[in-house]
Every structure is written in C-alpha cells, then in structure tokens.
Write a protein that binds this ligand. Sequence first.
Ligand code: ADP
Ligand code: MG
Length: 639
Amino acid sequence: SSAHPKYDYQSDVARMRKIVIDSLYSHKDIFLRELVSNANDANEKLRLTALKDKTVWNGVDPLNITIKPIKDEEGTGGRIIISDTGIGMSSEELRANLGTLAKSGTSEFLAQADGAEGGNKGNLIGAFGLGFYSSFLVADRVRVSSIPPRSEKNPNPVQHVFYSSAEDNSFEVYPDPRGNTLGRGTEITLHLKEDAAEYLDNSRISTLVEKHSSYSTVFPIYLFNQKTIEVPDEEAEAEAKKASEQREKEEKEKKEAAESAPEKDEDEALVEEEDEEKQEKEVQPPKMKPVVVDEWLHLNSRPAIWMRDPKDVTDEDYKLFYSSFFKDGDEPMNWQHFTAETSGVSFKAIIYIPSKIEETYWQQPLQYQAKDVKIMSKGVFITNDLGEEGQLPKWAAWVKVVVDADDLPLMVSRETLQSSRFLKQLKGVLLKRIMGMFSKLTEEEDKEKFEAFHTVFKTVLKLGAVEDVKNRDKLSSLARFHTNFRNLTSLDQYLENRKQGQKQIFYLSEIGKEPEEMSESVFVEKLHARGYEVLLLNEPLDEIFVQNIRNWKNIPFQDVAKVGLKFGDEALAEKDEKEQQKMYEKKFKPLMDYLRRKAFKVVRDVVISNRLVTSPVAVVADYHGYTANVQRMMSASHA
Ligand code: ADP
Ligand code: MG
C-alpha cells in the first residue's frame, strides 16, 4: 500500500488521537456511538441537501445505517463494518474531514481534556463526543470507503478510500480498487484490536446501540446477524422415503404369503388388525437439519421515547435518553412528559430541568439563546431555532426540551415554521410547565434536593422576576433568600414573620459576602436586637431584583444601609424620640459642624442616628443614589 499517497495528520489530530487512545481506554464503548452518530448525520445531510437539489436524492432510496461484525476464520479477532447511505465524502473531504480537526466540538474537547481529571473525562466525553478518532480505541487499522451522491452537479463521483493505522501518524487516500461498490455513502471498516473482540458479539452491539444511539438516531439501524434455523432435510427425507417404500414392499409380500397360508384363529386376527391400524396413523415427522441464514435485525424499531405512553417509559429510559439526546453527562434534576395542543397543532414533549446550567449561559446570560428546544416532526429533527416570537426569555433559555408535532409537514421550511403561531404559543406552554416544575422542586420535602435546586436556580428565578414582567409574581414567590434568622426564606414567609406594625421589608445587600458576616453588620444589629428579620442579599442580581419588583404584596423593600428606614413599633415613642433628637442635635451641634467641615468632600451630610446599638458611626447611602453594588453592575454591563 506504500504506492498510495501518504499525508501527515495535522498536529492537533495527532494529539487528539493520542488522547483518545491513551486516556479513554476504559471508555472504548463510545466508538460505536460516535460512528453511528456520524452515519446518522451523513444521512440527515443528504436529506437536507435534497431539499435544495432534487437530483441528489429521489426521496425514496432508503437512508439507513448498517453494522456488520465479521469474525476471522480462526475465530480469534475480526472486523466491524459500519455503513450509511448518506452524503458521502470526496477524496478532498476524506482528507479534510478525517485528517484535520475542523470541528468545533472536538477542538473544544481538546482544550478541556488536557486539564481534566480522570473522573471528569467521562463527563467530557458525554458533552463533546470524540468523533471519528474514537475508532482507534478499538481498531488498529481503519479503512473508510466513501462516495458522494451522483447529482447534476457531480455526475461521475469516484469512490475513494481513507486508510490509517493506529501507530502511524499518517494516512493514505486513494481511489477504491474495488470501484464503486457503495452506490452512495460511507463504509467504515474497523480491524479490531485483540482486546476488542467483544464487539464481534451481536448482543453486545445491540445493547450498546439501544443504550447510546437509539434515542438520537432517526434513521433505521440494522445489525447483520446469522441465525440457525431448522429446515426440512431433503436428502434425509428422500432416504427415509426409500426405506419406508422398501418396508412396505416387504410387508406386502409377507401379507400375500400369509393370505395363501391356512386360517388363523379369531383372536390372532384381531391383534393383527389393530397393528395395521396403528401403523397407518403413525405419520413420520419430516426430517430437519440446521442451516445458517443471514438476516438484518432492526435495532431501533421502537417508537421514540417521547412518542410512547409515559406509563411504558421507566425513569432509567428517561435518563438514558436525556444523556444521549442532549449530550449531558449529569443526570437531569427533573422532567415532565406530556401531550398538549396549541393553534390546532397537537404535540408531545418532554421538558428536562438539568442539574447544572452550563458555563456558557453564565458567561453571558443576556445574550444566550435557547438551543436545546428541539422541534421534531414524526421523529425527524426540524429545527432548534425558535425564531423571534418563539424565543424563550433568558431565565428559561437553558432548558432542554424535545417537542414532536405530528401535524407539522415533514419538509416544512424553517421560515414557515417561524412565521406560524405555533412557536409563539409553544413558548407560553413551555414557560407555564417550567414554572410548574419549579414549584414542585421548591416544595421538595427532601432537604438536599430542595437545597440543590435553589443553589442552581436561585439566580435564574431572580433574573426571571426582573426580566419577565408577565411571570414576575410567580417567579418572585419561588425565590429564596438568606436572612439574619434562617436560610432559604421566601418573600411570603418573610411577611408572615414580620413584626406587628412593620411596614417595610428590610434588606442588606453586599455582593459576595457571607450571610453570617452580613448579619454582624452594624446595619443589621439594631434590627436584629429588636427582633426584625433582614434579607441578606449577596448576589450581584439581588439589588436589581429588589429595585425592579420594588414591593411584595404592597410592602416596600427598604435597604437598611440607606435612609428611610422605619420601624413599626416606634409610633408611640415617636414624640419622645423627636424631642430627644432635637435635644441631641442641640447638644452635639459643635461636633456635627466640625465633622461636616472635615468630611464635606466624601459625604453629603452628617446626622445623628438612632439606628446604631454598639457601633459609634456608620456610612449610609443616599436614598435616591445608586449604591456601590449597582454602580459596579452598571459599569460592568457597559464595559
Ligand atoms: P463531528 O461529527 O463532530 O463533526 P467527527 O470526528 O465525528 O466530528 O467527524 C468529522 C467529520 O467527518 C464530520 O464532520 C463529517 O464531515 C465527516 N464524516 C464523518 N463520518 C462521516 C460519514 N459517515 N459520512 C460523511 N461524512 C462523515
Ligand atoms: Mg461525529
């Protein structure tokens, strides 16, 4: 094969292959998922290309995926052939797609894999997929034969081979000496390593496909199988026939001889008659022999999980589907499977709440667009672009949903779908459901689950309350806060616990501070001493939340570090206090004047306060002025 042109792998690919081969040894299984996923993509690409150029595919020829394990004669090793009838690759594409790392997914993986610890790598694999290079986990040699579809633009495609071995840092591309054997598509032959012989076992393959591919593959996956059946053995049958004819002949002769002999007594004759009857009834079973026949087993023949009756789907099914369909290595926190109807379109859907929100969301929540609301029609993916009208508010954009609307025409264009009312109304349905799921998680009896939910979603709830005016009340009621008395308090619980006459919701806001530290603050101490609960807000979004919703059940929020603080129980003492205040002002006027003169550059005023218990002095923000936190947020968001 040294006569074929050789190419060096791009350095990234060499690195990638090395990582795959060296460190993912215990995750060998993924090769099958990756190759089936590529085959699925290839079929899908052909279908989409044919929407624009009808000469590429007639819409009838089957699009499928086949897996064929072949044992070596000696029975020690063997190969697996994975084929599709999809878009195929030209010789240039074989070089570019399999010899370089063009794909974002794999290069992103590379960037993270170097730093990842062993255990974390499992999750990374789930999240990224390693693609074609995972072939080398199980194979020491890989041959890819491929041919693009014949079309008006490309009337005479030529089938090419890409060939590479695991040790070698180069690959070959050359015209397939067998000619055009595929018609269209790609055939990948893996020459299995000795320790990968387990993948020659059909039950192993079908288990893996069921687990990792059946949920995310739209096209039929067939597994080549050889089974033994019993068929009539014609040779044996013919011999048996001959033998029985011989017997009959002999008996006939015997009978004829007996008839010419003297009569027997009656008893004997009876016995003989019975024997004769018995012989007539005895039908010989046909002679059978085992033969081996070829068949193709359809592995993903069950309807998609979302199309099934929820009664027939186990939690395990929901979780497996989630991880393979949304490529999330962590189990979902919660899910809901339902049927609904909107604008005359009935649909089935599963909404998943992930157990984490991905980093890219937090990097820029306000720019983030939902990408995991996958709209299907009869099992075929249509789009994940919800259009302007259907776009989810930012607070919900991390959600993972599969929606299958039977009535959407199969080849509906994205534009038609986006201009339909369906997406806009779908948004309403999804938001309502998500809030319902949130409510349930908020009432979670299990303390750990309750806390886990709030740890992940507290910011999302506040973001929603600020952003989504229509759902503000609901989302605010689900939010939880630290206070000087307790953790995870809702606004309703705060109001229930307020003191008689209390007309403000007290809060202190200091980004990033621990609640324990905040409750020792000079601003909180006096309220605490008098038995008032104070919300301790330490997240960047808290202050924006408070300033946007302004009051809860008509009780306004009051920053305890700002002027305007009122206690409910001071009404009676108010007169006394006013007089006392006047007295103090007179008494300390020289000191006040002195301080005002000294500090006029840094503070607006110096006043006598009744808010402090043990601290001698506190700097407070002006009621109308932005506090330092918000100023910081504002300048950050304009940066
Ligand atoms: P990814 O699937 O993430 O792009 P892979 O390493 O799995 O990365 O595949 C690399 C590229 O090779 C694909 O993007 C595709 O262009 C091409 N490819 C792989 N398998 C096939 C196939 N069966 N048919 C056509 N093209 C394929
Ligand atoms: Mg891939």
